[in-house]
Each structure stands twice: as C-alpha cells, then as structure tokens.
Write a protein that binds this ligand. Structure first.
Ligand code: FAD
Length: 487
C-alpha cells in the first residue's frame, strides 16, 4: 500500500538534541520552521506529505559523521535526501519514522577533475547538470542524463542507481561510479574514493551503497567515470510500422550504427496528441499520424565516424525492410532539441488529462510488444475507457506504463484503483520474467509490491546486509525493506 498523505507535524525530539545539531552545522545548516521543512517532506508529485522535526544540512563529511553519531546516541532515525526528485517516496520522512532529514545540498563541490584518468571526484550534493557542465568544460562527457537533471543530486542518483536516456550505451549510474566516500550508520567515514578501473582486493563494497536508497549509509562523495566529449550527434524521430517492429529496429540500429547509439525511446501516438494539445512549442515532426514512434539518438567523439551517413543508411534499410513508415532526421541542434522537448513533455502533458496510475517496469526487450498488448487488454477489461500511455526507455526493456483515467471520470474515484491496477500489471510483468521497478526504486511506495513478488530468500539476504551495516535500523527505516523493531 502506498503511504497516506499526512500533514506536516513535528514529532518531539529529546532535550538537547537540536542545540547539539546546531553546534555541529551552525544556523544555516538547520531548518526547524514548518515553511522551511515543507518542501523537504513534500514528495515530487505532491501525492504524499511527510513530517519531520528538522532538516539538517551539513557542509562537510566530518559534519555528516558528527550528525550521525549524535543520532545514534539519541536513537533518532535519518533520511538522507538529495534533490528530492525521487518518485517512490524514498527521500522524505514520515511521522511514524521519528526521523530527521539529512539533506546534502550544501556539499556541492567538485573536488577534483583528472582529464587524463577520465575521472571526476564530486561531493554528493552536486546537481547532476552542474557535473555534466563541469565535465564539458574539461572537454569530457558525463553521460548520466534524466528529465530531473537540473535539480537531482549525484548522491541521490547513486543511491537510487538512476537510469535515464543513455543507458543502452553507458549503463546505469552503477556503471559510472568508480569510488565512494560514505559515512556509515555508526558515523564512521569510509574513504573508498578510488579512481581505478581495476581493483580486485575483496568485496566491492561500493556496490552495496549504490541503489541502497539511503538505507545503509550516507554517500558524501564519489569518483565518476568520464568519457571523451561528443563532437557530433544525430537524432531521428521515426514512425514505426507497428509496435512489434521496435525490437528488430533496435537490432538493425545496433548493427549499423554500432556503439554510437545512445538512446532508443518509445513514444505512443496518445502521448504525442497530449503533448500537441497541452504542451508549449511542440510540433509533430512527421506529416502523418502513426500509432508508435521511436526517438533515436547517436553521438560520436570524432567527426570521422560520419554519423549522418550511417544514420541515412540505417533509415534506408529500415524502410526497405518495412520496419518503419517514415522518419525525420534532425537537420540541426534546434530540431534535435525539439524532438527531445516532445519526449520530455510526455509526463507533464499527461497530467493535464487527469489522473495517472504509474508503473516503471522492465521486461526482456523482445517481450515488450507482447507485454504492452497483454497489459492493455487486461486493464481495458478491468476498467473500460482507461487510456494506456506506455512510453520510455524501450532500448533498455524499460517502459513507463502509465494509465490515464477514462475521460470524465472523477479523479479520486479513478486513483482508488491504483493498487488493483498495479497488481494486474505487475502480475503480467513478473510472469514475463520482468521487474516491477526498472529505475525508480522501491522506497515506501512499492514496498509491499516488492515483498509480494521477491523471493523470501532474497528479502532475507537483503535484511541480513541491512542488519550488519545498520543494526539499530536508523538509516531510512521503512524504505526498501519493511521496518524491523529498533534494537
Ligand atoms: C521529471 C523527472 C524525470 C525523471 N527521470 C528519471 C529517469 O529517466 N531515470 C531515473 O532513474 N529516474 C528518473 N527520475 C527520478 C529521480 O529524478 C531519480 O531517482 C534521481 O536519481 C533522484 O535523485 P535526487 O537527488 O532527487 O534524490 P532524492 O529523491 O532526494 O533521494 C532518492 C533516494 O536516494 C537517497 N539519497 C539521496 N541522497 C543520498 C546520499 N547522499 N546518500 C545516501 N542516500 C541518499 C534518499 O534517501 C532516497 O532513498 C525522474 C524524476 C523526475 C521528477
């Protein structure tokens, strides 16, 4: 069950706790007034409002360690928070957690950039877009890219193992991290800031913290992998002949464009219609309407790769093979940006059509057309008039399977079907060997669904890891794993 929406309240803290916090972080590092706290306990989509007595913003790793030790001494739980753009209520505190929020935004320095080693050491509170820009200034490229990149932080990206639009080529965040600095649940500082591509000296501990949703420790800094700056990019907006042709089209693109292929995103006609109706500065890149579109992009570090030629040859062969109806090849950066604007408006414009029940699923790429057709049939039979709205990173087998409400239905009546529709869709996903959370994580919102589908052994092994690294269960309790009594 999803957490219910509760008003901001201020759970009591032990005497002397707040003054001790203030001595560590100073006045500017502590928020205790409701208006300052509210944005930190309000979930991104505004669905849930949590509660906490304070938000603490340490400025250094040493301060993070002192805050955690203080919390250990007083048995106060900690919710680490980055940009609060997460979509599963993992980065906000709820009243029953009796937790403070530890926000990393003041730790926003680039500590080092080594262009010869192609690495960059950054503090956890750096905004993703600032990291991309710092890499570009050094003629390098940091490939993690998501719709929230103007406000999410690298610590949050790492803790949620974010995906985004370049995963086909560069992998998830996990593949982009070489080293971490972490403050453990005991308040000790682990300096794992290695900038090595080879290091077989035991368990790869950083992997435990990547994707752990703040439940094992606080990430304070990271060494990131950089790549040569991209000098050329080619972008196409393609009208598919039918959805079944998407996997073979990706296969053809991979064989002809090779590893220069970055992005392969699915857009249904309904999303283009909503974007044209509700978005600003959106145009249909193709003259005729088609049921399904692919937004495809490739980039190269050297002009010699001759991307435009490769692209043209790929599109010709796709047309000859009867996989596509039509395609628009961006003629300049502005046109490429306009294709991406359309993609980025998909969620926003869906909101204008009323309630949306969401899924962030993955199935093997080859099974995507079958998944969409089975899921559409199941949800339409459960609630006639419902409008399936599947889009996203299809090249990774990841679909944001959103469901728009039937026109005219009361939004609250519609949203009351959330859990039932989740179960209908997730049953199909799991039957096909898929995942109920491809990139957004589990947090609080998908906790029960995850317990329902994951094997008891897998949950038990995760609990054992949690117990050994956070025996008092103070790190983000109730997220990812069910709350166990605090010892
Ligand atoms: C418009 C939009 C588009 C998005 N697109 C994508 C997408 O394409 N792919 C994708 O994967 N996600 C996407 N997201 C979801 C979200 O942006 C990502 O999950 C992002 O990585 C969260 O970063 P954040 O800094 O906002 O973290 P938060 O939301 O603040 O926190 C997320 C989790 O990380 C933990 N955490 C945060 N900082 C730390 C730290 N320093 N140490 C330990 N734990 C920490 C929190 O406790 C929480 O569990 C999107 C969100 C929006 C609003």
């Amino acid at each position: 069950m999803a957490p219910s929406s509760t008003p901001v309240s201020l759970p009591a803290l032990p005497d002397g706790f707040l003054p001790a916090l203030k001595r560590i972080v100073g006045d500017r590092g502590l928020l205790t007034k409701a208006e300052g706290i509210l944005p930190h306990v309000t979930e991104q989509r505004g669905r849930f409002v949590g509660a906490t007595a304070c938000v603490v913003k340490p400025g250094t790793t040493g301060e993070v360690a002192q805050v955690i030790k203080l919390c250990q001494d007083h048995d106060i739980a900690i919710v680490p928070q980055g940009g609060n753009t997460g979509l599963v209520s993992a980065g906000i505190a709820f009243a029953e957690d009796r937790a403070i929020i530890l926000n990393l935004s003041r730790m926003n320095k680039v500590r080092n950039l080594d262009p010869l080693n192609n690495t960059m050491t950054v503090e956890a509170g750096c905004i993703l877009q600032n990291i991309q820009e710092a890499a570009a200034k050094a003629d390098r490229f940091f490939p993690l890219s998501l719709g929230s990149e103007g406000s999410c932080q690298i610590g949050g990206n790492i803790a949620s193992n974010a995906g985004g639009i370049n995963v086909i080529r560069y992998g998830n965040t996990r593949a982009l991290v070489l080293g971490l600095e972490v403050v453990t649940a005991d308040g000790e500082i682990w300096d794992g800031l290695r900038s090595l591509r080879k290091d077989n000296t035991g368990y790869d501990l950083k992997q435990l913290f990547i994707g752990s949703e703040g439940t094992l420790g606080v990430i304070t800094a990271a060494v990131l992998k950089l790549f040569p700056a991209m000098k050329e990019r080619s972008t196409a907006f393609i009208g598919l002949r039918q959805l079944d042709d998407a996997p073979p089209l990706l296969g053809l693109a991979q064989s002809l464009i090779g590893e220069a292929l970055n992005s392969f995103e699915l857009i249904p006609r309904i999303a283009l219609d909503f974007a044209l109706k509700h978005g600003q500065d959106i145009t249909d890149p193709l003259g005729q309407p088609y049921d399904w579109y692919i937004l495809l992009e490739a980039s190269a570090g050297t002009p010699q790769a001759n991307l435009p030629l490769l692209f043209e040859s790929f599109l010709e062969q796709a047309l000859e093979a009867g996989l596509i109806h039509d395609a628009a090849l961006a003629q300049n950066t502005a046109q490429a940006d306009s294709f991406w604007r359309l993609r980025e408006n998909i969620t926003l414009c869906q909101k204008a059509e009323g309630g949306s029940i969401k899924h962030d699923i993955a199935v093997p790429l080859s099974a995507i057309p079958a998944f969409i057709s089975k899921a559409n049939a199941a949800v339409e039979s459960y609630l006639p008039g419902i409008r399936p709205y599947p889009f996203g990173h299809i090249g990774d087998g990841n679909i944001h399977y959103n469901l728009s409400q039937p026109p005219g239905m009361d939004i609250n009546d519609y949203l009351a079907h959330w859990d039932r529709l989740n179960r209908i869709v997730h049953d199909i996903v799991v039957d096909m060997g898929g995942s109920i959370s491809a990139e957004h994580g589990i947090g609080r919102v998908k906790l029960e669904e995850n317990l329902h589908y994951k094997s008891p052994l897998e949950i038990r092994m995760m609990q054992q890891i949690k117990q050994s690294l956070d025996p008092k269960n103070l790190m983000n309790p109730g997220k990812l794993l069910p709350v166990s009594p605090r010892s």
